[in-house]
Ligand binder design. Structure first.
Ligand SMILES: Nc1ncnc2c1ncn2[C@@H]1O[C@H](COP(=O)(O)OP(=O)(O)OP(=O)(O)O)[C@@H](O)[C@H]1O
Ligand SMILES: [Mg+2]
Length: 272
C-alpha cells in the first residue's frame, strides 16, 4: 500500500472556503515536511489563481489535458503538467477547459474513476494529494471522491448547513458503497466564523451537536479575516502573507489535526 493520502476538499455549497482551505492546509502540510501535490479540480480555476497563476486561461497544460490524455489512451506527461509553487508544493492547475469534462466523459467506461486512474502513478511520489472540488455534486466531485482516501468538508459558520450536508453525505455514502469503499470522512472544518456574532457561535454549537457524534468536527475554527482573501490575491499562503495572524494559527492547527488524524488511535481500553 502506498503511503500517500489523497484528500478531496468538498462541499457543493459555493463560497464556503474550499479553495482557501485547500491552499493553506496543503502548504501547511509542506511546512511540516510533507511532499504535497495540489490539484485544482474546479473549472473556475480559483486555486490556480490563488497560487499565483492569475492568467490561468493561458496555461497550455492543465488537469484537463491530463484527463483528455487518459480518455484518449495517450501517455500522461506528468512532468509537463506539474507546476512548482515557491512554498514547496506541486500544483496541477485548472482553467475553464475543465468545464465540459462531463460531456467528454459520456462514452468513457468507468467515467467516475478517470481522475483516480490518472493519480495512481503519482501516489508513490507524494505524502498528500489535495483536490479542490467545484461547488457541485456533479461528475467532477464524484471523480474526486472516487480518487480520495479522505474527504475534508469545509462548512461556513454563517448559516445552518444541515440540508446541504445531508445531500453531500448521501453522495459520499453512495461513492463509498459503489465505487470507493476506502473513502472516509477526515472531518468537518468550520470556516468563515465571525466570533463577534451570536449566529456564528450558535451555528458552531449546532454543527458540533448534530454532526459531532458521527463525524469528526475539527477543534480548529477558521475565523473570518480579510487577510485570508488578501493572501490568496497575493499568490501566497496565509503563513507567508500574515504569519502572526489568528487565521494563520487556525490553519496551522487544522493542519496538525489532519496529520494526527492519520495516526492510529491509542487503545486505552485494552488497559482497563
Ligand atoms: N477566513 C476567511 N476570511 C475572510 N474571507 C475568506 C476566508 N476564507 C475565504 N475567504 C474568501 O471568501 C471567498 C470564498 O472563499 P473560497 O474561494 O475559498 O470558497 P470556495 O468554497 O472555494 O468557493 P467556490 O464554491 O466558489 O469554489 C473568497 O473570496 C475568499 O478569499
Ligand atoms: Mg473554490
Amino acid at each position: 500500500m502506498s503511503k500517500c493520502k489523497v484528500i478531496a476538499v468538498a462541499n457543493q455549497k459555493g463560497g464556503v472556503g474550499k479553495t482557501t482551505t485547500t491552499e493553506n492546509v496543503a502548504i501547511g502540510l509542506a511546512r511540516n515536511g510533507k511532499e504535497v501535490l495540489i490539484i485544482d479540480f474546479d473549472p473556475q480555476g480559483d486555486l490556480t489563481a490563488c497560487l499565483g497563476w492569475k492568467n490561468n486561461d493561458a496555461l497550455e497544460n492543465t488537469v484537463s489535458t491530463m484527463l483528455d490524455d487518459y480518455i484518449n489512451d495517450k501517455d500522461i506527461r506528468y512532468a509537463s503538467l506539474i507546476l512548482k509553487h515557491e512554498e514547496d508544493v506541486d500544483v496541477i492547475p485548472a482553467n475553464i477547459e475543465l468545464a465540459d469534462f462531463e460531456m467528454r466523459l459520456v462514452s468513457v467506461i468507468n467515467r467516475e474513476q478517470v481522475l483516480s486512474s490518472c493519480l495512481e502513478p503519482l501516489r508513490n511520489r507524494y505524502d498528500y494529494i489535495l483536490i479542490d472540488c467545484p461547488p457541485s455534486l456533479g461528475m467532477l466531485t464524484v471523480n474526486a471522491l472516487s480518487a480520495a482516501d479522505q474527504v475534508l468538508i469545509p462548512v461556513q459558520a454563517q448559516y445552518l448547513p444541515a440540508k446541504g450536508m445531508t445531500k453531500l453525505l448521501q453522495t459520499i455514502n453512495k461513492v463509498q458503497r459503489k465505487i470507493n469503499s476506502n473513502l472516509t470522512i477526515a472531518g468537518v472544518a468550520i470556516t468563515l466564523a465571525d466570533m463577534k456574532t451570536n449566529l456564528a457561535k450558535s451555528t458552531i454549537e449546532t454543527i458540533r451537536d448534530s454532526f459531532g457524534r458521527n463525524i469528526r468536527v475539527f477543534d480548529s475554527v477558521i475565523p473570518v479575516a480579510t487577510k485570508a482573501g488578501e493572501a490568496s490575491i497575493s499568490g501566497k499562503s496565509i503563513y507567508s502573507y500574515a504569519k502572526d495572524s489568528k487565521v494563520a494559527s487556525a490553519y496551522s492547527l487544522l493542519t496538525d489535526e489532519l496529520i494526527s488524524s492519520g495516526k492510529p488511535k491509542q487503545r486505552n481500553d485494552f488497559e482497563r
